[in-house]
Design a protein around this ligand. Structure first.
Ligand SMILES: Nc1ncnc2c1ncn2[C@@H]1O[C@H](COP(=O)(O)OP(=O)(O)OP(=O)(O)O)[C@@H](O)[C@H]1O
Length: 361
């Protein structure tokens, strides 16, 4: 493995910010660290960069030991490229000066700097902008300069800390797609910190979901979305309808969950983690997988809950409908329809067992 982190720990005061982190990243892979604010993402990145000293653990990148449990390799010997949230471009330097700063520090000959600058500007689609100052660039352009600057010294590892968070939503989407194409073309190993699951989904080969400094799950975007190992990952990776209850029959891959307060059972796929979990569970179904039926089903049917429409919104070409379901209307459910439904209208929600999951709470 190109990057290896073993049993990494960091405490601030009495607070354990990173706990027993194990992580392996392949060469050329883009891996995102995803989690809510304060879960330890930036601290992990800073330990990789050599800006924060771990309490214990081991870090190795490209066959070089960055931290051996006691001593760390100095930052300048780690050969890293870093891009931060606010780009941190030098305002008094032109685009060309910003990008070539690291090369000039290393006393790279001028002719080589010129050649490298030309390549980098082409890579980030900014040829012709070399004499502009940061204030003369849009947010997306500034961010691309920051990426070019980070790549200038041909680092072995690229560290990104929420690089897109100050851009608006549309630009963030285009930029994340553009960046990942660039990283793939260069084959550079990249660790990207974000709290935005959409960004993590578009940019990453794999995602590590963190909560309170602990890894919850590591997997490809599809694995995390379709097979979350627990309710935290399910709710963090896109919208999920989650109904609490007790696992009734969960020794095989399919089983059922008896809904708390409702008494009825719903069938779904039982995750391996759920099978070995003795506490409470959640029944999880994504909004796109729920079928909304507008007429009472002819006979009592499995995996159906009655509900009442609360509101409906037109989003991305479909109607996102909010429904109160259950006998006491205690469940708040979101699903999609092709037509708008009326508030207070009665509906029947069908949860297909093949697209429903039972996970540990
Ligand atoms: N130098 C420090 N001294 C004390 N506590 C710190 C320090 N740096 C970070 N922390 C605390 O460690 C925890 C994790 O911080 P970290 O910045 O790694 O989280 P994060 O997941 O990157 O959050 P965000 O998304 O908000 O940037 C937080 O509770 C933070 O307050």
């Amino acid at each position: 493995m190109y990057l290896q982190i073993k049993q990494l720990n960091k405490t601030y005061g009495s607070r354990q910010v990173v706990s027993d982190l194990d992580l392996e990243v392949r060469e050329g892979e883009v891996l995102s660290l995803l989690g809510p604010s304060g879960c330890g993402k930036t601290t992990i990145l800073r330990m990789l960069a050599g800006l924060v000293t771990p309490d214990s653990g081991y870090i190795e990148v490209g066959g070089r030991v960055f931290f051996d449990g006691r001593r760390g390799l100095p930052v300048e010997e780690r050969s890293l490229g870093m891009v931060f949230q606010d780009y941190a471009l030098w305002p008094h330097m032109t685009v060309a000066q910003n990008i070539s700063f690291g090369l000039r520090l290393r006393r790279v000959p001028t002719s080589q700097i010129k050649e490298r600058l030309r390549t980098l500007l082409e890579l980030v689609n900014l040829s012709g902008y070399e004499q502009r100052y940061p204030y003369q660039l849009s947010g997306g352009q500034q961010q691309r300069v920051a990426v070019a600057r980070a790549l200038a010294t041909e680092p072995r590892l690229l560290l990104l800390d929420e690089p897109l968070s100050s851009l608006d939503a549309a630009l963030r989407e285009t930029m994340s797609a553009e960046l990942v194409q660039l990283f793939k073309r260069l084959g550079i190993t990249t660790i990207n910190v974000t709290h935005d699951q959409n960004e993590a989904m578009t940019m990453s080969d794999r995602i590590t979901v963190l909560r309170d400094g602990r890894v919850q799950q590591i997997g490809t975007p599809t694995e995390l979305y379709l097979k979350p190992q627990n309710s935290f990952v399910a709710s963090f990776m896109g919208q999920a309808n989650m109904l609490p209850g007790a696992l009734a029959n969960g020794h095989s891959e399919t089983g059922s969950l008896v809904l708390q307060d409702e008494g009825i059972s719903l069938s779904g796929q039982v995750s391996p983690e759920a099978r070995h979990h003795s506490g409470s569970h959640y029944f999880v179904c994504r909004p796109a997988h729920i079928a909304i039926i507008q007429e009472p089903p002819p006979a009592p049917q499995q995996n159906i809950l009655t509900g009442e429409v609360v509101q409906t919104f037109f989003v991305a070409g479909r109607w996102r409908t909010h429904i109160k379901a259950g006998r006491q209307q205690q469940y708040s459910i979101q699903a999609f329809t092709d037509q708008p439904l009326q508030p207070a209208q009665s509906v029947w929600l069908s949860f297909p067992p093949t697209h429903s999951l039972i996970v540990p709470a």
